[in-house]
Ligand binder design. Structure first.
Ligand code: SF4
Length: 179
């Protein structure tokens, strides 16, 4: 790892063993800074771009590698796609370690593609799953898996890349919660 590649990620928080932010045991990196300001956001302390704690890519990767039981890593927020340069570097290291990679974004996949930005495209290309779209409080649904509101999509990025059409991750996936 050369020093030039060791970029800083502005971090809001870390959940080292989550089972609710993607398939299997996952390390969840909550990045700091979000421009969307969705009413009812679950993580309003992540909005301020001036808040958070700076951590290097290698520092975060070393922390991920401490846990041999992880299936993958999820980028959450905040808005991961406001920090694509550094997250691409971390993403490559995660993929090279054989872990799956998932990201949330308040932007839709179509909005991200319309940026025509190389690091955005590179990050999209390495994802297994993207959960896209802003949180819409009026469409909140507690039975949804990995997403908070019905407009958001859990996208199978590998199948989407192969077919050229947005393909959802296991469309029968959401479950009825019986209380
Ligand atoms: S995109 Fe996510 S983190 Fe940002 S305001 Fe909306 S719900 Fe909150």
């Amino acid at each position: 790892m050369n020093k030039a590649a060791d970029k800083i990620i502005n971090v809001c928080g870390i959940e080292r063993e989550s089972i609710v932010d993607g398939p299997g045991f996952r390390y969840v990196l909550f990045v700091q800074g979000c421009p969307h300001r969705c009413p009812g956001c679950h993580n309003p302390e992540s909005h301020d771009f001036n808040g958070g704690t700076g951590m290097t890519v290698t520092e975060i990767f070393a922390d991920i590698m401490k846990n041999p039981h992880l299936k993958g890593v999820t980028f959450s927020g905040g808005e991961p796609f406001e920090q694509t340069d550094a997250l691409v570097d971390l993403g490559h290291m995660i993929r090279d370690a054989g872990l799956s990679l998932m990201s949330y974004s308040g932007y839709t996949l179509e909005e991200l593609k319309a940026r025509h930005d190389s690091s955005t495209d590179e990050l999209l290309d390495m994802l297994d799953i993207l959960v896209d779209g802003r949180y819409v409080e009026s469409l909140r649904n507690l039975t949804l898996v990995y997403r908070g509101s019905e407009n958001q999509r859990v996208i199978d990025m590998k199948k989407t890349r192969e077919s050229g059409e947005v393909t959802l991750y296991r469309s029968d996936f959401d479950v009825e919660v019986i209380i």
